[in-house]
Design a protein around this ligand. Sequence first.
Ligand code: ZN
Length: 90
Amino acid sequence: MSNNFKRENLPSGVEYFNTHGLALKGSGAWRDSVCFFHDDTKPSLRVKADSGAFRCMVCGEHGSSTLDLHMKRTGLSFVQAAKELGAWQA
Ligand SMILES: [Zn+2]
């Protein structure tokens, strides 16, 4: 992995949802969101407040960080997603 990637600069799960205008329900370590990856009618996506790790209880989409979440939501590459999240230093 490149030294340009600064994992410690990734936003938390809560920060990611706030800065992207997305709703995150509940409190505690795991929060709930409507899933981005299937036609969801209720909050099926579980999101970890600190790391942004996520797993959908319906479609099974999952990842371990806000970087994974951003890449899968947007289709951006690893480097592009890291840059958008402020976790890439050239
Ligand atoms: Zn889903």
